[in-house]
Ligand binder design. Structure first.
Ligand code: MG
Length: 229
């Protein structure tokens, strides 16, 4: 498929043209500190009209928002912070007392996201952790059954191993919700297959058909899965 060629090229290109630094600059200079809506809009505008970013984006972001509003979580976990876009959206709709921990393996990206989150005024409710799930588990030390919501948006080959890690952790409870981005594009086929096999036994999954971020041609799928225990 053509995107199996385009994607690695895009990834390498976006890695070295310093678009993330440019984004931090634009966001912190063009929006008022503490104006969460303006920061989210500025990131969408940048990614749509200046340089593409691999954020969940506005279309799929609305699916994420709705899932959070439905489940009213207290403790949320995100795998893959990138620039903090989905963390901003999450902070905007999660209950006031809720807390989000967002994991990012790249320390440079984590620092940039931290800057944006602080500028938007949500740093007290969102904690950026520089680690993958496996390494972060001991430090996070969540109580059994305490994680209400997980957004999975990191390396596609880690979707399934990290979901299984979460199952083994005991952090989830019946009713915990896991939302996963990019299940069709770039794609996480093993993750999707696993949830299909688990349907009605350990998970119940809703498939959201949508488009990949910031365009209307490439199709994508967001999965919203409820843990049955
Ligand atoms: Mg994504």
């Amino acid at each position: 498929m053509w995107h199996s060629v385009i994607n690695p090229v895009l990834r390498i290109f976006t890695r070295f043209d310093r678009r993330e630094e440019e984004l931090v600059d634009v966001v912190t200079t063009s929006t008022t500190p503490g104006d969460l809506d303006a920061v989210i809009d500025a990131i969408d505008d940048f990614a749509r009209n200046r340089k593409w970013l691999m954020n969940v984006g506005d279309e799929k972001g609305a699916i994420l928002d709705a899932a959070i509003v439905r489940s009213q979580p207290r403790l949320l976990l995100e795998l893959g912070t990138y620039m903090g876009y989905s963390a901003l959206r999450t902070a905007r709709v999660m209950p006031d007392q809720a807390r989000l921990f967002t994991l990012e393996v790249d320390p440079v990206r984590a620092a940039m996201a931290q800057k944006i989150l602080a500028h938007a005024g949500v740093a007290d409710r969102v904690t950026v952790v520089v680690a993958g799930l496996g390494d972060a588990m001991n430090d996070l030390g969540f109580e059994t059954g305490s994680v209400d919501f997980v957004f999975v948006d990191h390396r596609k080959d880690l979707y399934l191993p990290d979901l299984q890690r979460l199952e083994r952790s005991g952090w989830l409870h019946p009713g915990s919700v896991v939302v996963a981005d990019n299940v069709k594009y770039p794609g996480a086929p093993e993750y999707r297959k696993y949830l299909r096999q688990a349907e009605g036994r350990t998970w119940r999954t809703v498939t959201h058909h949508c488009h990949a971020e910031y365009q209307s041609v490439i199709r994508d799928i967001v999965l919203e899965s409820q843990f049955l225990g």
